[in-house]
Design a protein around this ligand. Sequence first.
Ligand code: MEV
Length: 445
Amino acid sequence: MGSGPTSRLSGFYNLSLSERQARLAEAAALEADLLATLAGTAGLGPAQADHMIENAIGVFGLPLGVALNFVVNGREVLVPMAIEEPSVVAGASFMAKLARAGGGFTAQADEPQMIGQMQVLGLTDPEAARGALLREKAEILAEADAVDPVITGLGGGARDLEVRLLSETPIGPMLIVHLIYDTRDAMGANAVNTALERLTPHIERLTGGRVHLRILSNLADRRLARAACRIPAAALAFDKFGGEEVREGVIAAWAFAAADPYRAATHNKGIMNGVDAVVIATGNDWRAVEAGAHAFAARGGRYTSLSRWWAAEDGALHGELEMPMAVGVIGGATRVHPAARACLRLMGVQSARQLAEIIVSVGLAQNLAALRALATEGIQRGHMGLHARQVAIAAGAQGELIERLARRLVDEGTVRIDRAQALLREWGPAPKASTGREKPGLGER
Ligand code: MEV
């Protein structure tokens, strides 16, 4: 289905780490240096980190996995995910496999328009100031356009000016100017903030007020991305659970989140497990995406679910997710961080919009993975396998003992460090460490 390498790499999970790397390199035709970067043997080093932040002392690693089975808008895509939490990559991959049965994900992203805000204070006549700004809109937009000829040359730049009067604030009325700016393939914070700072004297002259804050808004509600999928009920059946039973269970779980902010926060956190992992892997600003997501989830005055699940007439489970997605494929760390560059290359994305479409698809898949588990066997079974490995390692197990100990902890139903340490003492000294995973993993689907 679709062009490019297939994302359906069967048996991938059961391979050793090095076998997986080789399989991925072959499937995605990755050059040796790109593979080394993804594998973590090359990539961001302390010297480069020193150019990225202040007081750098080194780099901090995260596991990098690949979610399989994704088809987005008919295109196969191998999705890199940087995340420390067990079950997330497996969950996304498995749900993408189910969605494949219904044609994969269809996704669409808005034009990459960001909102820059200017706060104007000290106005004697806010209404007159608003009128003056709107009358001079064309000149203001032209001035903003002149700030970044690269973005305007690529077809981006200033699109619109909005003026809002906030009459009831703790310090009295203030005028808020919104510069709507198309950032093309960049996330765009720098371009927008620079344009805002450059416009300041003009805005002050026109309004007679004082421009205070000038900063991008992370509620990027003009830059939404949406994904949808359809899963035949039969594909949802597993173990003792019937397909329709799972479908209704997922819908009831969604309805809980739709109605209750306490549940919606956790429901949306599950979506962000998938979203953030790809945002991080591609060197994008996940705090910005998080802020936008939660502000958008509360846009109606009550915090609610970002996704929606329902049963269609054909009996299939349908899902959709819509949220702000301010991500770029140029600028920031996306081009500076070697692993981010390699991850973008692995996905074969050409534009920020295409990246946004993949990310919301992963968010939707992740949401379904969580709801399906919660609505049926519970979340712990899937979690326990990898969690037990982490506990085994923390207790001091090495090599083959990690898997053996993790299995024993799961079988006993006691995944605790004290029990792991006791078993290690009982079993005696550990054999020599090995790097690969010797047996099929626990908790695999
Ligand atoms: C855990 O990281 C995410 C979940 O809590 C999401 C959810 O409850 O929907 C399982």
